[in-house]
Each structure stands twice: as structure tokens, then as C-alpha cells.
Ligand binder design. Structure first.
Ligand code: ASP
Length: 412
């Protein structure tokens, strides 16, 4: 009799449950925090390090080989435009939804004025939008790979792919090398992904131990509103667009995405969840050349969950300080939160740093961030999950559009 193997998604789910359960047990133990941080967290960190290690070669070679397999610079441009339009529209919708939910929560007195006099928060040196744009273009071919500056790595990968295409016959060897390395790194990625269940358990356990008690405090309401926002956005926007534009039912989409979503939830890093996300969307029917371009780009610039978090926190902090946000200020928040989410790196905690930019744009005190900073990780787990699900939805939609285009040209 052959034994039926349990799918990886189930194992990851088991890992998540075991991690949370262990966290709850350790919360009750006197030195539970030390045990979690000293003995369990390092294994999670090892797993995260492995994922981070594989991300740069995967992004570099998979985008370059995606461009090469499209065989046409114009096609890359058309996919790029569709991707960016989807990313911008869904992110702007996310902020609008957040502001609406924040206002409802305020109306229901779930958000109220708080004691803010002793708060302190110094935002790290901010970057202007123009700096962010200038920094997309690397001045060195190696440094971005070493520092894992994802936007710059994407530019290098695109240029490498374009160069190989333009070199025609003379580029053939380079094309084969890129393709072969892409395959090799994909295999290494598969090996690392097999460790996900253990990694997920070790990442989530210390989070439960450290944040467990705080979540029960006055922040419960903001967290609740943020999670309602995350769930509504995913249920409305992704279900509708994936169903309408890619012909995939919400059930099929979310169950296919479950492994990547659980990974994002426990690691709070879009970049860390990228390898698993690539695997999930390919299983759901995305073209590899499209996914390998759309997903890394999304992990870097598309952050719907982060935008929701920023919108809700802006309303919460304004209310805490007794400030009323007018329509003009709300519009400014939509614009700045959309842009801030582009500038947010796909790593844990980055969205909170960019919240400072959103608050400053409407004259709210950045010290207000101190109100929500204590449980940022809990916000972050949810927003990262939404972030990567949005990237996956886009990859599937653009793939379907490309399929239809190919079918049409064949008929002609
Ligand atoms: N952790 C998020 C991500 O990786 C970014 C954020 O902090 O909002 O997608």
C-alpha cells in the first residue's frame, strides 16, 4: 500500500498551529519569553536567512529569463504597464477602504481621544519620493545584489534580459547560462521551501509570547479594524478581479494561495514569501515568465495591506490627538499612502517607518506612531499577507490576458 503524502500547505498549517500553541504555553511559563527568544526564534531566523539568501538570485535570474523567453522588449513593456495599473488602482482602493473603516470606527466610538502627552517617536531619516525614484537606478552592478536592494536588482535583471535579446546570436550562450542558473536556483528554492512548516512554527511562537498580552489592551480595536480591512479588501478586490479577469473562483484562488499566505503571515516579509508565492501562482496557472516578473516587482512596490494599515492608523492617531480629518486631508492620505506603499521595502516593519511620511503629509504628529508601535508585528503579519496576495492576483490576471492575446494572434 502506498502512503498518501500530506500536501505542503497542510504541513505549513500544522506548523502555524503548533507554533501558536507553543507560544500560548510559553506565555504561562515564568521564563517563557527567554526560552522563545533564545531557543526557538533562532531557528526561525535561520529559515528566514535562507529565504533571503535565495531571493536575490531568484529575482535576478527569473526576471532575466522571463524577459528572454518573451523574445520582445515591447511585450515586457505591455506587461509592465498592465501590472503597474493594477497595482496602483488596487492600492488606492485599499486606502479609501481604510479611511472609510477608520471613520466608521470613529463614529462608533471604537477610536477615541487618548492620553498622548508622554509619547515619543523619532522617525528614521525619511526619503523623499524623488530620492526613491533616483535610487531605483543602480550606479554599481554588484552593490545592489550584495545589499539585496530589490528595485535595483529588478532593473539589473531587466537590463540583462534586454541586453541578451538585443545581442541576438551572440547572446545565445548568455541566454543559456541565465536559463540554466534560473533552473538551479529554483531547485535550491524547492529545498528551502520544504523547511517551511518548521520555519513557520519557529517564527510565530516568539511573536505570540512577546505580543500576546499587549494585544488584549486598548489596541485591540485598531487591530480589529485593520484586520477587518485586510479581509474585506482581499474578499472584495481580489475575489472580483481574479474571478472576473482571470476566471479563477475565489475558493480556488485562496486555497491555492494558502501556503504563501501562511508564510507571509508568519514571516511578515513579502520578500521572504516570494519563493513560495512563485510556486503557488504557477500551480494556479500563471505563466512562469509573467509571474517571475510581476511577483518580484509586486513584493517591492505593491503593498495594499500596508496602505490599509497606514489609512487606519492615520485616522486612529488623528482621533487620539482629537484632530478631525477633512476631505482634503483624506485625499492627501490616499495619495501619500499609495506612494508610501511603493517606497516600502518588503521586509518586516518597513510599513511603520513609511507611516511617518503619511502622518507628516497631513500635519499629524509622528509621535502618534508610538501608540501603535508596540504591536506593529501583529499589524505587519496581516498587511504582508494582503500584500503578497495582491501580487499573486495581478500575476494571474496578467497571465490570463497574455494567454488571450496569444490565442487571438494564433487565430489571425
Ligand atoms: N512587512 C511588509 C511586507 O513585507 C511591509 C510592511 O512593513 O508594511 O510586505
Amino acid at each position: 500500500m502506498t502512503k498518501r503524502k500530506m500536501p505542503l500547505a497542510m504541513w505549513i498549517c500544522v506548523g502555524l498551529i503548533v507554533g501558536v500553541a507553543a507560544g500560548l504555553v510559553l506565555m504561562a511559563v515564568p521564563n517563557g519569553k527567554d526560552i522563545a527568544n533564545g531557543y526557538i526564534k533562532p531557528w526561525g531566523t535561520i529559515f528566514l536567512n535562507l529565504l533571503k539568501f535565495i531571493v536575490v538570485p531568484i529575482v535576478l535570474f527569473s526576471i532575466a529569463s522571463g524577459v528572454i523567453s518573451m523574445q520582445d522588449v515591447g511585450k515586457v513593456g505591455s506587461i509592465g504597464v498592465k501590472t503597474i495599473v493594477y497595482y496602483m488602482c488596487t492600492t488606492a482602493f485599499a486606502v479609501l477602504l481604510a479611511l472609510l473603516l477608520g471613520s466608521i470606527a470613529k463614529g462608533m466610538h471604537l477610536f477615541t481621544a487618548l492620553e498622548t502627552s508622554g509619547l515619543e517617536y523619532t522617525p528614521p531619516e525619511g526619503q523623499s519620493l524623488m530620492d526613491t525614484i533616483v535610487n531605483i537606478f543602480p550606479s554599481n552592478a554588484v552593490a545592489p545584489l550584495v545589499n539585496a536592494s530589490m528595485l535595483q536588482v529588478i532593473v539589473i535583471a531587466l537590463l540583462l534580459g534586454f541586453g541578451i535579446l538585443l545581442a541576438e546570436e551572440k547572446g545565445l550562450v548568455a541566454a543559456q547560462v541565465v536559463d540554466s542558473l534560473n533552473e538551479v536556483f529554483m531547485r535550491i528554492m524547492d529545498l528551502i521551501i520544504k523547511l517551511s512548516p518548521i520555519g513557520v512554527a519557529c517564527l510565530i511562537c516568539p511573536v505570540v509570547v512577546v505580543n500576546g498580552a499587549e494585544v488584549l489592551g486598548h489596541l485591540a480595536m485598531v487591530l480589529l479594524v485593520a484586520y477587518v480591512g485586510y479581509i474585506l479588501h482581499a474578499a472584495i478586490v481580489y475575489s472580483a478581479t481574479v474571478g472576473g479577469l482571470a476566471g479563477i473562483s475565489p475558493l480556488q484562488f485562496f486555497s491555492g494561495m494558502a501556503p504563501a499566505m501562511m508564510m507571509a503571515f508568519s514571516s511578515a516579509s513579502s520578500v521572504g514569501a516570494l519563493p513560495l508565492n512563485l510556486e503557488c501562482v504557477e500551480r494556479l496557472g500563471a505563466r512562469r515568465e509573467v509571474a517571475s516578473f510581476v511577483l518580484p516587482l509586486g513584493a517591492t512596490i505593491n503593498m495594499d495591506g500596508t496602505a490599509i494599515y497606514q489609512g487606519i492608523c492615520a485616522v486612529f492617531i488623528a482621533t487620539a490627538y482629537g484632530v478631525n480629518l477633512g476631505v482634503g486631508e483624506m485625499a492627501t492620505i490616499v495619495l501619500t499612502a499609495t506612494l508610501a506603499s511603493i517606497g516600502t521595502a518588503g521586509v518586516p516593519g518597513a510599513g511603520m517607518v513609511m507611516l511617518a511620511m503619511v502622518l507628516e503629509s497631513v500635519g499629524l504628529p509622528v509621535e502618534g506612531i508610538a501608540l501603535v508601535a508596540g504591536v506593529d508585528r501583529i499589524f505587519d503579519m496581516g498587511r504582508t499577507t494582503v500584500n503578497i496576495t495582491g501580487d499573486a492576483a495581478c500575476a494571474l490576471i496578467v497571465s490570463k490576458m497574455e494567454d488571450r492575446k496569444t490565442a487571438r494572434t494564433r487565430i489571425r
